[in-house]
Write a protein that binds this ligand. Structure first.
Ligand code: ZN
Length: 679
């Protein structure tokens, strides 16, 4: 299941308060958030405000958890594709020790390629999943390779020849491992995906393998397959290689455990126990312990410091079973949390008044705990591309019986906002001044509120019909689940209840969100799709699905209109109230699809509205976007935590904000790299 709201806010979609004060000063302030820029990516830093408000024990806990967070980077590289580690290491050796004209275009292209590999934790684009195309010549590559001393290359993949052969094939052969995750209908998704969760196994075999494991009568099933690679043993039998101490990825997991044990010493008793359970899971690999940990974790709502540091999200597996490793160490933003506390305290009201069929409503909404957090360290699948909201755990039955924890990561959204100032995006793509003004005024609140509603109520709402397990929607499950949470947020952001609760003072907050959401879903998000491609990514499919469905259904009433002025296309919402009604209708249908596991209806909805791209509009968006010179994606470098020593004791932890993306990546590859090149 998918509980991540990834990239609703990006430098492109973010609409800040910039246009009302676009003086030099603002722009310069914004620039200081930018650390690097390459290809379609901008690297920013985030600040960790209020770190000094933590007690020394809490700071120590953050410090040690942060070190655990840095230990799983290699795991993710290997999970994304089994050639990623040898490729990264070879490129790094060439980058540091090879000889080339560093002012040449080839060198610039080579450096860009390496920066992209670091950003994506592998050779495939983090969002589109397509393999990167090198912009340097093979000749240049060969020369750089041969000028690099051989002892600088990893010696744990094979011979020098084997290593360089595979690296070159990965980089230069477009037919080889072209796509990280393929979710195309009607093909063997495992055979056509480069991810490293299965090897030598067909989709049918994998599906049968896990179906046979599951007991349909079990109401508290473990997350089968979550922490292992499915492959074959010497006799050709299917076997799981489990990620645990002594199993696959052991060298990295041992380090994670080491730092978690240190962290334990500074945790309160409740957290000490949950960290202990996590360690125990890493040692045993037993998925029941994973569930036990998640139950302890979700029930701990009082600790100021919190963390994610495990195999968590399943976006990278076409079958949605296997989880990538990720970490996010954080602490509660007490002031901003008041807003989410009001929302979650009223969770039952929202559930009862939802426009969905009564059969699919939860009678009793349990433990929706929502908070606003400050991220202190990002690792694995949260780094450098970072979510702005998280809702965990993912197991449906734990959510049903124990609730879930939902967070909005406000220092990350703040950093996006700052970086998005004064870009001219809004002026280019939003036709009506009234819409722009509304967004300038209320866009930031609307964004945070959307995230709150999506994460703390949307994902946790609704229930499955008896006998429905929750994985029936297969490769459409992610997009439909995100659509469900988005629709819940969109429907309720315009509810008078929010004014009654004192969260908003005007419907303009909702209308700001509506005009922006529809514009993004029908049009501007296409800037992140390569020419000639359709939409693959689940969140993008979800947004186009919602926007296009509402456009089509509202045609009779002209709810949403495409307007062309001076050859430029705009999307305008003419009737906000009616649009809200459409959001409610679609929410009802998507909930029905999920609750009944109606694969065919789900497939049709996604394929009809969420996948196909209008090539002409796509080209127009790319052209207008290029003229603005915006980076469609952003990511972050981490702060550094330095212990302050006195008489051999740590008396404080200080935060430092580095400003070099390259240095941080090289430092992580040198000092936080624990896996061999072949796993
Ligand atoms: Zn989500």
């Amino acid at each position: 299941m998918i509980k991540y709201l990834v990239f609703t806010v990006m430098s492109v979609t973010i609409i800040s308060t910039a246009s009302c004060h676009r003086g030099t000063e603002t722009v310069e302030t914004a620039r200081s958030w930018d650390v690097d820029r390459f290809d379609d990516i901008k690297i920013l830093r985030y600040e960790v405000p209020d770190f000094d408000s933590l007690t020394l024990d809490e700071k120590m806990l953050v410090y040690y958890l942060s070190r655990a967070a840095l230990c799983g980077r290699d795991i993710l590289f290997d999970q994304n594709c089994r050639y990623n580690l040898p490729v990264r290491r070879t490129l790094e050796a060439m980058y540091e020790y090879g000889e080339a004209d560093r002012n040449s275009a080839d060198w610039a292209a080579f450096e860009k390629y390496l920066k992209k590999v670091w950003f994506a934790n592998g050779v495939h684009h983090h969002y589109s999943n397509d393999k990167f195309v090198p912009e340097f010549t093979e000749n240049f590559f060969d020369e750089l390779l041969s000028s690099t001393p051989q002892e600088r290359f990893p010696d744990d993949y094979g011979t020098y020849q084997e290593l360089t052969d595979i690296v070159k094939r990965v980089i230069f052969d477009p037919e080889f491992v072209p796509l990280r995750v393929n979710q195309q209908d009607g093909v063997d998704m495992l055979a056509t995906s480069a991810m490293n969760y299965y090897e030598g196994v067909t989709q049918r075999e994998a599906e049968r393998f896990y179906k046979a494991m599951a007991d349909p009568k079990d109401s508290t099933p473990v997350s089968y397959g979550l922490n292992s690679k499915l492959t074959r043993d010497g006799d050709g039998n299917l076997v799981e290689r489990v990620w645990k101490v002594g199993g696959m990825y052991s060298p990295a997991i041992e380090k994670i455990v080491y730092w978690l044990e240190k962290a334990q010493e500074y945790a309160n008793p409740v957290q000490k126990a949950s960290i202990g359970k996590l360690i125990s899971f890493y040692v045993s690999g037993d998925l029941r312990e994973y569930d036990e940990f998640n139950i302890m974790w979700v029930q701990d709502t009082l600790s100021r410091v919190d963390f994610v540091c495990c195999f968590t999200e399943t976006y990278g597996d076409p079958l949605g079973l296997k989880a990538s490793w990720e970490a996010m160490i954080n602490f509660k933003n007490i002031e901003a949390t008041r807003r989410t506390e009001i929302i979650s305290a009223n969770a039952q009201w929202f559930e009862d008044n939802s426009p969905i069929d009564d059969r699919f409503k939860k009678e009793e909404v349990k433990g929706v705990s929502a908070k606003v957090i400050t991220a202190a360290m990002l690792g694995g699948d949260c780094y450098p591309a970072t979510p702005i909201g998280v809702n965990l755990p993912n197991a449906d039955w734990i959510r049903r019986d124990y609730g879930s924890k939902s967070v909005t990561i406000e220092n990350i959204t703040d950093a996006y906002e700052e970086a998005g100032k004064g870009t001219g995006f809004l002026e280019e793509f939003m036709l009506r001044e009234e819409d722009r003004e509304r967004i300038v005024k209320y866009g930031s609140l609307a964004d945070n509120l959307h995230t709150d509603l999506h994460e703390c109520l949307g994902h946790g709402s609704g229930q499955l019909a008896p006998g429905v397990k929750g994985d029936e929607l297969k490769n459409y499950g992610s997009a439909l689940e995100e659509a469900r949470a988005d629709l819940f947020a969109l429907y309720y952001i315009a509810d008078p209840k929010l004014q009654e609760l004192g969260i908003v003072t005007t419907p303009d907050v909702a209308w700001a969100e509506y005009s922006r959401y529809i514009m993004n879903g029908m049009m501007t998000q296409l800037s992140r799709v390569q020419p000639g491609k359709n939409i693959e990514q689940a969140h993008m499919r979800n947004r186009q699905l919602i926007a296009m469905w509402c456009y089509e259904q509202g045609k009779g009433d002209n709810v949403i209109e495409k307007v062309v002025v001076d050859g430029k296309t705009y999307v305008v919402v003419n009737d906000f109230e009616k649009l809200r009604g459409l959001f409610g209708q679609l929410l009802k249908e998507v909930q029905r699809i999920k609750s009944t596991g109606d694969f065919e209806a789900g497939r049709k909805l996604v394929e009809t509205y969420g996948v196909q791209v209008d090539p002409e509009l796509h080209a127009e968006v790319l052209e207008r976007n290029a003229a603005l010179n915006l980076a469609p994606y952003s990511g972050f470098i981490n702060p550094v935590y330095n212990p302050v020593m006195e008489n051999g004791n740590i008396v404080d932890i200080q935060v430092e904000y580095p400003d070099s993306y390259v240095d941080q990546m090289l430092e992580y590859s040198k000092h936080w790299s624990f896996l061999p090149s072949r796993n």
